[in-house]
Design a protein. Sequence first.
Lengths: 91, 200
Amino acid sequence: MFTVLTLMAIGIIIGFTIQDKAKIVKAIDPMINIAIYALLFLLGISVGTNEIIISNLDTLGAQALLLTLGGVMGSVVLAFFTYKFFFKTKK
Amino acid sequence: MKNSLIIVGFFVLGIFIGLYNLLPQIFVEIDFSIYALYILMFLVGVGIGADKKVWEILKNAKLKIVLVPLTVIVGTAIGVTIVSLFLKDVSLRESLAIGAGYGYYSLSSILISQISGEALGVVALIANIAREITTLLVTPLFAKYFGKIAPIASGGATSMDTTLPIIIKFVGKEYAIISVFSGIVLTMLVPFAVAFILKF
């Protein structure tokens, strides 16, 4: 995983130095999309060939949605206080 | 939104090809995904580094703005910690890592499946897609009952792009910069947070 993070850091530095090369910069987003398509496709294949995951997809999905509920509600409730104490302008 | 559908489409297509054994044997023998991940992470880095708007916003940010992504980080951690008490297949550490996807489902699910296996990767994928969809659908209520930061907090890493239009619509243009800032910080944080939580 260290390799992954290092590659990203190198990417940021290179990206910073080529900011003015508009042609290259424009080509990055489509390339990112292709890489994401490829990776999600490969993840799909691993999942499809994994019987344990397929037969438990409903319980895994249910637990995922509970995590969403927790993450979103935690963020939103805390955001209520952040807004109230730091951002709300007095009337 | 269209791009999200394409991404999910590729994932579902992969599942069917895997299910019915339609794939060439070479895909089973060699794991291409780690190389694709290397390329992706490098490109994501270049994309962030080359984005002038990103540096502009980070440079001109007032100190107070930092509270917004911080709210998301702390709020998400508290929320998933509570939920994890009730889950049978996902540990606290894994729940925190999934939460630290902050809605950036493509990257977080790929990273998590590399570190902890495909089952957890699938949970991360569904949980983080649901975060984006929830934000798109419930933003009006969040804005009404929890204040103007709430939709941005709900959006997490997506508040800089996919959920930005709906957020601006309900909390106003003056919060656009805050929303983009929070999304940028969280997007950059995702790979580091996920790797850190699962590895240490």
